[in-house]
Ligand binder design. Structure first.
Ligand code: FAD
Length: 483
């Protein structure tokens, strides 16, 4: 992704980009679900959507269904797109909360077009031209085979002049005065020198950690899951346009439907569950027969103390890790690329720019971290030691404040350019059954009768849009068949 994006934006006339990868080491081999922002990245990288769908076995994604997170037997959808429409200058959820307090509200999921379409197995592209329709504001992402996506990115990068070298890096040479990296040495003795090194070497952080010893901020006390056992299974008969995340005894299990197969994985905490128990539980809960052996992955949630250190920028798993509960890792890579382009250095490596980059990266990770923690700490589950820990653990002050404000008057403040919108925060607050005492006073402006009429109209319009949408399965088939 880095090579594809930089070669598009910076061109190959002024800078020379080298990509070093090792087939022998391979990639982490997971990472299939995304959030809507990936569309912008694909556009920036010059990827045609139909070609992308065909080449990566992709499906559309309208949100994530969270099952058993509040209590066993409960479920809710975090949809990509708003509920209803904002009225009287306040977010829709305030109006809905007013109706709820009156006792006349329908479940909020019924006001979400992407949420309803997801559960009905339907999809079509949004229609921004239909100004007053829910079709105008719905959004979507993709679920795809990350290995195939990587190959597509590699092809695009190479077509734009990036030189790829296959080989294992065995030595790193640093400048003796300033410790900047000067070159890397491959197993066959080849030396590759450079001005700027982008470390995308995965969890080990070959340059950022093994060479520069940058250090890691460990967040596993907030997010105690530290392992995942993953297994591919046969494709689902009707492809659902959403990811499912089911909370289990000591973590949660994902189900990600692709055109060719289904991705599954149990993310769990090794303090509370053994690897054998996790594998047995994953196998038991597969919806389709397994088609590959299971894989075990270990990780530590957190972030490098600096993701840019000297002339090394760490991107991807080398920079940090947040579990895939909200499918954010690929986005964090794409966002780091955008930030790197904004702060593109010259050879002087201006330290204030680097400090700014690091500060922004840290804030972005912390905001996503808080959003993930909310899913765990707002549980009512008390059926296992894992959930007892999550329900009672300390949480960051930043999240504590958000929860306190929401509980008081349902307000959701979006900190500068934070990734998740107030709609996403509301979906999880409400999905986890956190009840605010009050709502925004401006939601009272509409009189009762008008309120009921407007809400009923919204419900009807949303339902009607779902009825006329084609099935996701058919829509995808048609798109993949067309050029
Ligand atoms: C359990 C789990 C589930 C996930 N699910 C999602 C998800 O649903 N959505 C999402 O957005 N993200 C997800 N992710 C994250 C996602 O998988 C990664 O962000 C993504 O795959 C990028 O990984 P990477 O390129 O940083 O590292 P890797 O995939 O590990 O790639 C490292 C690269 O460095 C090369 N390399 C390493 N060492 C050397 C060396 N010595 N010499 C030469 N080359 C070397 C390797 O060959 C490889 O090409 C998940 C992660 C995990 C662990």
């Amino acid at each position: 992704m880095v090579a594809a994006a930089l070669s598009k934006s910076l061109g190959s006339q002024h800078i020379s980009i080298r990509l070093v990868e090792s087939e022998a080491i391979g990639t982490v081999g997971v990472g299939e679900a995304t959030i809507p922002h990936i569309k912008y990245f694909n556009r920036l990288a010059g990827i045609d959507e139909n070609e992308f769908l065909r080449n990566t076995s992709a499906t559309f994604k309208l949100g994530i269904e969270f099952v058993n997170w509040r209590n066993i037997g409960d479920s809710y959808v975090h949809p990509f797109g708003p509920y209803g429409i904002d009225m009287q200058g306040v977010h829709f959820h305030h109006t809905w909360l007013r109706q709820k307090q009156k006792g006349t509200a329908k479940p909020v999921d019924e006001f979400s077009l992407p949420g309803l379409a997801a559960k009905a197995g339907k999809f079509q592209h949004p229609r921004p031209d239909l100004k007053s329709s829910p079709m105008a504001t719905m959004d979507y992402a993709y679920q795809f085979d990350a290995a195939l996506y990587g190959q597509l990115m590699r092809k695009v990068a190479q077509e734009r002049g990036v030189k790829r070298t296959e080989g294992k890096i065995v030595k790193v040479k640093q400048n003796t005065e300033n410790q900047n990296i000067e070159s890397i040495e491959l197993e066959n003795g080849a030396l590759i020198s450079g001005d700027l090194f982008i470390d995308c070497s995965g969890f080990k952080g070959l340059l950022i950690e093994q060479t520069l010893k940058t250090g890691y901020e460990d967040w596993s006390h907030y997010l105690p899951c530290d392992r995942a056992v993953t297994r591919l299974s046969e494709r689902l008969e009707e492809l659902p346009p959403y990811t499912r995340a089911t909370a289990k005894e000591a973590g949660w299990q994902w189900r990600i439907p692709l055109q060719s197969r289904t991705g599954n994985g149990y993310v769990y905490s090794s303090q509370f569950l053994s690897d054998d128990e996790a594998l047995a539980s994953l196998n038991k809960d597969l919806d389709t027969p397994a088609i590959a052996e299971a894989k075990l992955l270990r990780f530590k949630t957190g972030i490098r103390k600096k993701t840019w250190n000297k002339n090394v920028v760490a991107i991807g798993l080398a920079a940090g890790f947040l579990e895939p509960l909200e499918s954010t890792s690929i986005h964090l890579i794409q966002s780091a690329i955008a930030r790197l382009m904004t702060n593109w250095p010259d050879k002087s490596f201006n330290q204030p720019d680097i400090d700014y980059f690091n500060r922004k990266t840290q804030t972005e990770y912390e905001q996503v971290r808080d959003f993930l923690i909310l899913h765990y700490c707002a549980t009512k589950r008390n059926d296992s030691p894992f959930w007892d820990y999550c329900r009672t653990m300390d949480i960051p002050k930043s999240l504590e404040e958000r929860i306190a404000i929401y509980k008081e008057n349902a307000r959701l403040y979006r900190e500068d350019l934070e990734l998740f919108s107030s709609v996403s925060w509301f979906a999880v607050f409400n999905g986890q059954n956190i009840e605010p005492k009050r709502y925004h006073p401006l939601a009272d402006i509409l009189d009762d009768e008008k309120l009921e009429i407007r809400m009923a109209e919204l419900l009807r319009a949303t339902k009607r849009c779902v009825e006329v949408m084609p099935s996701h399965e058919q829509y995808l088939k048609d798109l993949c068949a067309s050029k």
